[in-house]
Write a protein that binds this ligand. Structure first.
Ligand SMILES: NC(=O)c1ccc[n+]([C@@H]2O[C@H](COP(=O)([O-])OP(=O)(O)OC[C@H]3O[C@@H](n4cnc5c(N)ncnc54)[C@H](OP(=O)(O)O)[C@@H]3O)[C@@H](O)[C@H]2O)c1
Length: 303
């Protein structure tokens, strides 16, 4: 099957609304640009409104109509912020939810709700947002949810007995890989549970793209920034798998897209890791996540 670049992204229906998390930089900004250029109105859901405003202006400077770009506040490390965004969007049609925002290999810390930050932001934050928006998505014909994972999901293990690293030693990379495996398992489980109810659930990984993702990796940040210059593809190319997952009219529910050549290249369907294909693990993670999110009153609209 031929790979996709942004040239393949079709024009979307007039009035189509896309919500992109972490839209102010990196892959989220590249995704926002192309979706808006193809006719979508994009809600740029960002934790820092100054950065969101600057990113929006940079796209307007590139010729995108201001009306196609809305900014909204979203801190995935704070369940009350997720709830507030869902309330803000309660009357909108929602055609696309792009679960893009993420942190990588950050020092040990906790979200407002007490979750390990990478599990809490990358996985639990997006799961909560998705479940809160799912009724709107399912009410919009042709809607899709795209969740960003990573090649690193292949190295991940879900610590079912201690996902938030309350016991034992914290390892920033173990926590990142866990969160990215959780993203993959969540996308697959949502595809199964929501089948026939409306929105499709897809996954995408960018390979290796030069973005700000490595900035909090401590000692490795400098090496990664050098590596970015010599080995990474630009963020615009890293967004191709996301864009294909979001807009390819032939895409099947539950598909993972990634670059053709492992870390770079055109976007093609890809097979997740064996662990990510374990349906019983996906169910256990789903149930565990709902349990962890219950104090924030996140409920399962599919139950
Ligand atoms: N770049 C790669 O090679 C690569 C490889 C594999 C997977 N990925 C995945 O691709 C996605 C996008 O990453 P990127 O490479 O574009 O990284 P990036 O340039 O660092 O962008 C990450 C975005 O996430 C936002 N974010 C972080 N914490 C947040 C929070 N608590 N609430 C809301 N937004 C938050 C950041 O906001 P601030 O600007 O305010 O920090 C930023 O907008 C991530 O899910 C990442 O895991 C990337």
């Amino acid at each position: 099957m031929a790979g996709w670049t942004e040239e393949h992204v079709p024009h979307v229906t007039e009035g189509c609304l896309a919500v992109v998390t972490g839209a102010n930089t990196g892959l989220g900004l590249a995704t926002t640009r192309v979706l808006a250029q193809r006719g979508a109105t994009v809600v740029m859901a960002c934790r820092n409104q100054e950065k969101a405003g600057a990113a929006r202006r940079s796209l307007i400077d590139r010729g995108i109509a201001p009306a196609r770009l809305r900014t909204a506040s979203l801190d995935l490390a704070d369940q009350s912020s997720i709830t507030a965004l869902a309330e803000e969007l309660a009357d909108d049609r929602i055609d696309l939810l792009i679960n893009n925002a993420g942190l990588m290999a950050v020092p040990e810390s906790r979200t407002v709700d007490g979750f390990e930050t990478q599990f809490g932001v990358n996985h639990l934050g997006h799961m909560a947002l998705t479940l809160r928006l799912l009724p709107r998505l399912n009410a919009t014909p042709g809607a899709r949810v795209v969740t960003l994972t990573s090649m690193g999901h292949r190295l991940g293990r879900i610590r079912l007995d201690d996902p938030n690293f309350r016991r034992g030693r914290y390892n920033r990379w173990t926590a990142y890989f866990q969160s990215k495996l959780a993203n993959m398992l969540f996308a697959a489980e949502l595809a199964r549970r929501n089948a026939g109810r409306g929105a499709l659930s897809m996954a995408a990984h960018p390979g290796y793209a030069a973005t700000e993702l490595g900035k909090d990796t401590g000692m490795q940040a400098r090496a990664l920034s050098v590596f970015d210059k010599v080995a990474a593809q630009p963020a615009s190319a890293g967004a191709w798998p996301t864009l294909r997952a979001a807009t390819d009219p032939t895409a099947l529910n539950g598909t993972l897209y990634g670059p053709r050549r492992l870390v770079f290249g055109t976007a093609v369907p890809e097979t997740p890791s064996r662990t990510a294909l374990q349906e019983d693990l996906a169910v256990r993670l789903w149930d565990l996540s709902l349990h962890l999110l219950s104090p924030a009153k996140v409920t399962d609209p599919l139950a």
